[in-house]
Design a binder for this molecule. Structure first.
Ligand code: DX5
Ligand code: ZN
Length: 229
């Protein structure tokens, strides 16, 4: 079911969709690799979105696997339940996690891919030894909390360093970017080594969301460094 062989995966963020029509909005991006679901608790970030019941319903409303990005306090307590609810990938923020290794193992034990996210000011270096426990690393390219913010170019060196680190360890893991990813920024992310791209406003504000997904994927695949494929 998962397009794991894909060179560039595009994950539309339903944060920019119409929350009253989520099933239809999921259908509108049927060609997407994953549906990115932003869970916010108004504590870890200053915004409140949705939680487990919505994820459970969305799971039944679409065949596209769910990529749940938890911007919440106490992910140790809540994240495994998202995997149990049927999310294909569960991302917790390392800044909020008490025991990230144990948490990643619990997510995997529930059958989901485990991912860890870094806010813009959080460096990757302290977490080098944790990478084998993860299926994906998320490098935030905006401060988490809201869609439609400007891409932070200053994150590109961190993306490059993270990809080099993964290569050095021989890890096949995915590197996701989230925040301000659009037609004008996706190539820089791909060149730097990202291979999973979250796009909210760039997809859902487009006249043709499915077309925007396809166009972003093509741009990213063209810009990806040749040695990666
Ligand atoms: C922001 C969320 C993002 C958001 C991205 O905190 O994690 O997933 O939806 O939106 P855009 O692509 O509009 O920056
Ligand atoms: Zn997100």
């Amino acid at each position: 079911m998962l397009n794991t062989g894909r060179m560039a995966q595009i994950n539309p963020s339903i944060l920019s969709a119409d929350f009253a029509r989520l099933a239809e909005e999921a259908q509108a991006v049927a060609g997407a690799d994953w549906l990115h679901v932003d869970v916010m608790d108004n504590h870890f970030v200053p915004n409140l979105t949705l939680g487990l019941p919505v994820v459970e319903s969305l799971r039944k409303a679409t065949d596209t696997p769910l990529d749940c990005h938890l911007m919440i306090e106490q992910p140790d307590r809540w994240a495994p339940a998202y995997a149990e609810a049927g999310a294909g990938s569960v991302t917790f923020h390392v800044e909020a996690a008490a025991a990230p290794v144990r948490l990643a193992r619990e997510i995997r034990a529930q059958g989901a891919r485990a991912a860890m996210a870094l806010r813009p000011a959080t460096p990757i270096e302290p977490y080098e030894d944790l990478l084998p426990e993860l299926d994906m690393l998320l490098i935030m390219t905006v401060e988490p909390g809201f869609g439609g913010q400007a891409f932070l170019d200053i994150m590109l060196p961190k993306i490059r360093r993270a990809r080099r680190m993964m290569d050095r360890h021989g890890l096949e893991m995915w590197l996701q970017v989230d925040g301000g990813v659009s037609a004008s920024t996706i190539e820089r992310c791909a060149e730097a080594g990202a291979d999973v791209f979250v796009a909210g406003s760039a997809v859902y504000n487009a006249d043709d969301p499915a077309g925007a997904v396809a166009a972003l994927r093509e741009q990213a695949e063209r810009a990806a460094p040749a040695h990666r494929h």
